[in-house]
Design a protein around this ligand. Structure first.
Ligand SMILES: [Zn+2]
Length: 392
């Protein structure tokens, strides 16, 4: 057996040896769902476990109480496994983040076992609030991912896929200010802010026909006036712009803004707007070289893994912001049949089932084996790095 295969086998054995603890903690997090930035129990259990396993733990990093970093070893390469552990309001762990957390902890514990021989550092970064607030966006801007060589996170889903996509996403808040007047007695004295927003809304609808297929623009009206017999003096809305290309999103900003200016021009209402750039999600850039290593390792465990997601990307994830800073992958591991989508009570139940446990353990093993590849294979590291820099 080659040294590489020998170390991979030891990593896998290590996960088997921790199997019961990994599953038990997954079920405990699942049974105690906590939403964005309130994941105090989960963060406490995860960091206690890592500390007991010999990791150096920093709690509350990036001025976020439930964020953490744990590391074992020293120097480069630094291989990071990202843990999510937030739940959905109402549904609980309908996105299976308990599995994400424990797969990453399992992978880190296995990597720890081979670090004394292979060198480098095994790192776990605990990233809160993926669902509601984009915790990694905040953490990325505060330097949490700056000194890493690779970052991995496996998400449970319906298929085994190595390269997944996610859309860049930017929020736009708009307000129109008009002038109130009696809607029947003195309509000529009013300036209709709702009309301005409706014109803008319809302009956006017309624009959709003439932008890339991959782009999405969707919005709601949050204020359309207060009284039916008063010309609305104020109207407001929130819109989201998305695309798989960060640069194209910037082009879209101008086009969308023109729609809102049209509403102001047509009615005389004053437009105020604000782009949520500080919370902008970047498009997911999966590192192909790293994803290919992961795919081979997962297939060695007996799963058929699709090289890339064939369907169009649908949502957005804060992992995109990580992938802009460090070579990263965000594969999916199948735990549920195709008719059980994420963010449902059914998917929540699967996340605590035998199929969920199998996904957790396989994802941990595949990531740990990929970490062995990264630590031992200088040529792979060069290809990962070149691809990353080439795409900058
Ligand atoms: Zn999720």
């Amino acid at each position: 057996m080659s040294r590489l295969d020998d170390l991979k086998k030891r990593a896998v054995d290590e996960i088997e040896a921790h199997r019961d603890q990994l599953v038990e903690l997954s079920l405990r997090i699942h049974a105690n769902p906590e939403t964005a930035f309130r994941e105090a129990k989960a963060a406490g259990w995860l960091t206690d476990y890592l500390e007991a396993e010999g990791f150096a733990v920093e709690r509350g990093i990036c001025q976020i109480g439930t964020a953490f970093r744990a590391s074992y070893g020293s120097g480069r390469p630094r291989v990071a496994f990202l843990a999510e552990y937030d739940a959905l309001a109402g549904i609980g762990h309908g996105c299976g983040h308990n599995i994400i957390a424990m797969a990453s902890l399992g992978a880190a514990i296995a990597t720890k076992a081979i670090v004394p021989e292979a060198g480098g550092t095994a790192v776990v970064i605990g990233t809160p609030a993926e669902e509601a607030a984009g915790g990694k966006v905040l953490m990325a801007s505060r330097g949490a991912f700056d000194d890493l060589d690779v970052a991995m996170l496996v998400h449970p889903g319906n298929r085994d896929v190595a390269v997944t996509y996610a859309l860049a996403c930017l929020e736009l808040n708009v307000e129109y200010f008009g002038r109130a007047a009696h809607a029947a007695a003195r309509p000529e004295a009013g300036i209709n802010a709702l009309d301005a927003l409706v014109i803008a809304y319809n302009s956006v609808s017309a624009l959709r026909q003439h932008i890339r297929d991959s782009a999405r623009i969707h919005g709601i009206i949050t204020d359309g006036g207060q009284a039916v017999n008063v010309v609305p003096e104020h109207a407001a809305g929130v819109f989201l712009l998305r695309d798989e290309d960060d640069d194209y999103l910037d082009e879209l900003k101008e086009k969308v803004l023109a729609c809102f200016r049209a509403g102001a021009e047509a009615t005389g209402a004053r437009l105020e707007y604000r782009w949520g750039e500080e919370a902008r999600y970047r498009a997911m850039r999966s590192n192909r070289a790293l994803a290919e290593a992961y795919r081979r390792n997962m297939e060695a465990l007996g799963r058929q893994v699709q090289e890339r997601d064939s369907g169009r990307s649908l949502g957005s994830t804060d992992m995109g912001n990580v992938s802009a800073l460090v070579p990263a992958i965000h594969p999916t591991v199948a735990i549920a049949p195709p008719d059980v989508p994420i963010h449902t009570p059914e998917f929540r139940d699967v996340s605590a089932s035998q199929a969920g446990h199998r996904g957790l353990l396989d994802a941990a093993k595949a990531m740990a084996m990929t970490a062995v590849d990264v630590l031992l294979d200088a040529d792979l590291r060069r290809r990962i790095e070149e691809e990353f820099r080439g795409g900058q």
